[in-house]
Structures are given as structure tokens and as C-alpha cells.
Design a protein. Sequence first.
Length: 70
Amino acid sequence: MRIFNRYLPVLIAKHVYRLFKGRLYIKGRGNFEFQQGMLKAPSDADFEHYRTVKEINIEIRRLREQQEIM
């Protein structure tokens, strides 16, 4: 499990993109799991969780697009 003390979507997206499956904790946002290279919302998610998942998954898609171009 990786712990992020600050919410930096690009850094978190790179971590998820590299490891593909696992868990992480973002201070002030909570616990998250990721599978198949995408972040998933927890089962007891609220609006803030869903917004965080959406922002990070957008960054992951950008990383994938950049990789395809190269």
C-alpha cells in the first residue's frame, strides 16, 4: 500500500499506471484500490471519492495516449 501525503493527480496516476493493481491511501481523501491500471471507488464512497477517481483516471488515460503516440 502506497501512502500519498498530498493529492497530486499526476503523481498518483503514474503510480497506478506503473503497478497496475494494488491499494493506496491519499491523506484527506481516503483509501482506494486500483485494478487493470484504473483507480476504483471504495464500496462506501461519497462524492469526494468519485471526483478523485474521475480526476486520476483522466490523468491515466492521458498517460496511455502519450505512450501510444511514442
